[in-house]
Every structure is written in structure tokens, then in C-alpha cells.
Write a protein that binds this ligand. Sequence first.
Ligand code: SF4
Length: 317
Amino acid sequence: MQPEERYRTYSKHLKEKFGYKVYKLPVNLPGTCPNRDGTVGRGGCIFCDEEGSGFDALPNSLAVKDQLQTNKANFKKKFKAQKFIAYFQAFTNTYLPLEQFKANMQAAAEEPDIIGISISTRPDCISDAYLDYLQTLQQEYNLNINIELGLQTVNYHTLHRINRGHSLAEYVDAVLRTKKRGFEICTHLILNLPGDDREDIVEGAKLMSVLHSDYVKFHSLYVVRDTVLGDMYSKGEFEMISLEEYAQRVVTFLEYLDPTIVVQRLVGKGPAEKVLFSNWDVSWWKLRQAIEELLETKDTYQGRLFNYTNGAALAKV
Ligand code: SF4
């Protein structure tokens, strides 16, 4: 079995779904987040810097069209790509005033070769007015729309400790309402938050499966300078798990995950600057390799332990 056959990869899924290669183009909007401006909290999540977790994108002072066109030209040249998904990446995009949100989505929808829009947000910022508008947009432009929800962990004690400003219930509510409209969900998870252990990883995979988050996206914890987490790290207030343990957690998560869920990203690319810790100082692809090697060594795969639904306990009686 090839490593990429042991879990459901995003690139393969896109090719199956659309019949050609599709790439995501990052777009950064100027914005904030209710967890930074005082609406639900101040200072944000303990790991968030003032860029709102939108590394690796063009300056947000550029118009949506300009960002898309610049990135599109680069991706066409580099990957010979033809079709794209506009990915509104940083901050909480559905926290923008509704009219501003509409104008930005409209700009992306009108751009040639854009076949989908991906919108990052928080689970407590999914309002029906925004979903109504997105439904209209989807029908008008025949777009593939998905909502990327930052959850990070299913452990609501950890959510509180990292100052997320929302609990697990808001995530469940957001998923149910978004899926009712027919939009896809991608859930972002960090598998090595301080305080989480393997039980949280298993529970996370089970919850993603039960709610059928269409996509999951993992990244390890980046420790950025001048954040609360950065200070905690410098003072030795928590211990980072090892790379080996991290790989094991990803493998465990995959084993319990519904095999039809697409793994949009196995490993994140850590920000190059301002970090005190990122991916154990190895490149993202080496970390991915370590995870894929572990899948092979253990001769395991996504969904191997996915058998707890549909009365699995009764089946054991
Ligand atoms: S929800 Fe996102 S943008 Fe807001 S504070 Fe947390 S990481 Fe930063």
C-alpha cells in the first residue's frame, strides 16, 4: 500500500471531484476577531499573534481581486493549475460587517477560474444572515462553498485554558446549521495542545466522524514570540510533546476517523519568522514523512478503528 493510500488525501479528492487539479489561493482581509476586540474576549487565543493566524499570504491592504490575480498568476506558472478555490484564511471572516463580507465574497465569485470559496471563521460567528447570502451566491455562480471552522481541540477544558472564547457546543451548533444549508465543513485541529492527551485525540476523531466534518486539517502547535503561549514556553510552564508522540497522535486520530472524511492537510507549514517553536525544527514534509512512515510501520490506515457507530457496542455482546 502506498503511503497516500493509507489516508484520504485532499489532492486526490479534488481530482476525483472536479476531474482536474485545483489549488487554493489564500486571501487575507483586514479584520479582527471577537476574541481579540473584547466582544467575547481580549488578547485572543494564547497562540495567536496579531496576524490572526494568516501566515503566508499577501498584505491585506490589497483588494481581493488583486490578491487573487497575483496568486493565480504564480500558481499557474508554478503548478500549471487552471482552476482555483479562493481561501479567505486569516482572522474571522464572518465577523466582518455583512455588507463588507458580501462585497468580498462577490469579488471572489466574479473572478475567472474561481470554482469555490473557502471561508475561515470561528464556530461562534456563524450567523444565518451570512449563510443565507452564501446560499444565494452559491446558486448564482455555481460555486463550491465550504466553511473552515477553527476548533483546535474537542476538550472543552483545554478550549477554556487556551482562551478560545467558545466551547465545544458552539462548534456542534455551527456544524449542524452549516451542513443543513448544504455547505461543506473543514475543521482545524491542533493535536498537541498543552493539557491534551491521546484520549482527546480519539474523542476528536470520533466527533469529526459523528458530525461528518467533510474535511479535517491538522497542524502542530506553533509557538510565536510575544504571545501568551510564547511567554509560557519561555518560562517552561509546559512541556512540548516529542515529534514521535505527535506522529503517533496523528496516526491514532486517522485510525478512528471515518474513512470517507478527507484529510485536507496532515502537517502545517510553520511561520518562518517570530517562532520559538515550530514543527520540531524539521521541514513540514519531513514531519509528514514521519507520520506516513509510522502508518506503514504499524501497517495501519484511516478508519481502521472506526467501528463504534451503528450499535458497535451491541455487536460485541
Ligand atoms: S479565533 Fe483565530 S484570529 Fe481569533 S484569536 Fe483565535 S486564532 Fe486568533
